[in-house]
Design a protein around this ligand. Sequence first.
Ligand SMILES: [Zn+2]
Length: 193
Amino acid sequence: MSGFNNFIKYTAVMLLCTIIVTSCNAQNKTNKKTTMDAIKKKNNPVYSTTDVSKVTLAEEEWKKILSPEVYEVARQKGTERPWSSKFESFKEVGTYYCAACGNALFKSNTKFESGCGWPSFYEPISKSAIIYTPDNTHGMQRTEVQCGRCKSHLGHVFEDGPKPTGLRYCINGVVLDFEKAQAAEKKYNEKND
Ligand SMILES: [Zn+2]
C-alpha cells in the first residue's frame, strides 16, 4: 500500500514539475517580447505597432515618455526645421509609424519628393490612420493632420500633391518611426529566432 502511495506522490511531484517548467517557459517568452518592445520604446507604455485602441494621456504624461524633440512637435504642434529630417530624402521600402504611439501611418510606396523640405506622402496607410482638423493659425487656412490613435500632431495636408490623390501630406520626420518591409523583417526574425 505504501508503495502505491509513493507512486502517487512521485506522479504528483512530476506533474507539478512539468507545470512549473511549462509556465516558466511561457513566462520567458512573455519576458522576451516585453524586453524587445522595451528596447524599441523604453519608458513609453502606450507604444505599440499592433494595438489599435485609442490612446488618451495627460500632457504631463506625454512629456515624461517622449523625447523633447518629439514632444515639441507631437504635443505642442511644433514644426521641425525644413531639410532637417533624415526621412526627407529617405528611399527604403517599409512602413512609417507614429513616433509617439506606434500607429501605422504611411507606406513608403506613397512617399514622394515634394521638394518642400519635409517628408511627403500622397496617401495614408488607411482612412483611420489620420485625423483631419482645420487649422487657421499663422494667418493661413490649412488642414492639420493628427495621428488617428493618439491625436499627436504630425503635419498638414495640402491639395497640390501628385496623382492618384492629388494630396501632399507634409509630415514632420521627427514624429515618424520607420520599419523596413516585411520580407526583410521576416529574414531578420528567422536569423534571430
Ligand atoms: Zn500616435
